[in-house]
Design a protein around this ligand. Structure first.
Ligand code: ZN
Length: 376
């Protein structure tokens, strides 16, 4: 049994959101190239699997029939008369050739990760293209057309699992929260930049779920400028105790890297230091683990952080000096980088950073952790 599986297809890089769009599909090829340059795929205990597109009926578990019909028609060259009604058109969710095929391929990748983990064929599968957590049942949102995390989690629920979903993307995982807002069979936890300052404008502490799902939707909004130290502190205060109390069968994580200091779209200030501490902590839970990608708009960060994340999943330590082929791949994208890790962790001197983290943590301790502890 491989100790970790990496799901990747060269086909991802064949699609293009457009020249000025921040989401570059070729970032995934860069991750693959860097891992390859480090020789990770030469390890006989590591498997590289090429995913296949999901079937449309898989997407039906979350998305509406009319939205899927619009996406299907687009790939056949038929444009809807009202694309904006489906979140489509110039801007965040452009219409480009093959977009539905791409969305199904990404969803197929995350479903295959779920299948591998459910079948105990590997303890952890990394669907690096996945984690498109903003897509809504009837519309595209935030660069996401199909919500692969939701579709993969629904598939796991059908097999009787209880799932904990942990989302460390800089943006709130709104689509996933919405999908499981009224159930206690999925615990969603999202750490993100405060919705007052960043898309999608949701994910406040008091969004706790409803009905049977009350107390199973957890949000940790963080102040712009949140550094490694404060981020890791908040994560440690909330995520491990919640996992311990909830005792899920499967862990699903969205590992977006747009939380980094040098990401062009957000204001959090993580580096590889804080990020890898969090990923290592997720691994330490020892749960069957479906790992998904997510946001990340600085290509050097994406390549380095997801290489480090997959190395943690594999339990291997990579040297900090980039191998020549890895340096060349990054140079091709305009990054003259010598090292895998960022030089120093960040610390913030803005008192609002710590204040808000403490406020969010206290609220969750009072309204979620105490309640969950009383039940178990
Ligand atoms: Zn994001």
């Amino acid at each position: 049994m491989p100790k970790a599986v990496f799901l990747y297809s060269d086909e991802f890089a064949h699609y293009d959101y457009g020249l000025t769009h921040p989401l570059k599909m070729r970032r995934l090829r860069l991750v693959y190239e860097l891992l390859h340059a480090y020789g990770v795929f030469a390890d006989p205990d590591v498997a590289l699997i090429e995913p296949k597109p999901a079937r449309e009926e898989d997407a039906r578990s979350f998305h509406t029939e009319d939205y899927l019909a619009v996406l299907r028609a687009l790939d056949e060259g038929i444009y809807p008369s009202n694309p904006y009604a489906y979140g489509l058109g110039p801007g965040d969710n452009p219409i480009f050739p093959g977009l539905y095929r791409l969305a199904l391929l990404i969803t197929g990748s995350s479903l295959e990760a779920a299948r591998l983990v459910d079948a105990r064929e590997t303890p952890v599968a990394f669907s690096v293209a996945g984690g498109l957590h903003h897509a809504l049942p009837h519309r595209a949102s935030g660069f996401c057309y199909l919500d692969d995390p939701v579709i993969a989690i629904k598939w796991l629920l059908e097999r009787g699992h209880r799932v904990a979903y942990v989302d460390i993307d800089a943006h709130h995982g709104d689509g996933v929260q919405l999908a499981f807002y009224d159930t206690d069979r999925v615990l969603t936890i999202s750490l993100h930049e405060d919705g007052r300052f960043l898309f999608p404008g949701t994910g406040f502490v008091d969004e706790l779920g409803e009905g049977a799902g009350y107390g199973y939707s957890v949000n940790v909004p963080l102040y712009p400028g949140t550094d490694d130290e404060t981020y890791v502190w908040a994560f440690e205060e909330i995520v491990p105790p919640l996992i311990e109390l909830y005792r899920p069968d499967v862990l699903v994580t969205q590992l977006g890297v747009d939380s980094f200091a040098t990401d062009p779209l957000t204001d959090l200030r993580l580096t590889t230091h804080g990020y890898t501490r969090v990923v290592a902590r997720l691994k330490s839970f020892g749960l069957p683990w479906v790992a998904l990608g997510g946001g990340g708009y600085n290509l050097s960060n994406v390549a380095r952080a997801w290489t480090l994340a997959f190395a943690i999943m594999c339990g291997i330590e990579l040297p900090d000096e980039l191998p020549p082929a890895g340096r060349d791949a990054l140079r091709r994208e305009g990054f003259d980088v010598r090292h895998l890790r960022d030089p120093e962790p960040t610390t913030s001197s803005d008192p609002r950073v710590r204040e808000q983290a403490e406020k969010s943590v206290r609220y969750i301790q009072e309204h979620v952790l105490r309640r969950l502890a009383a039940r178990s």
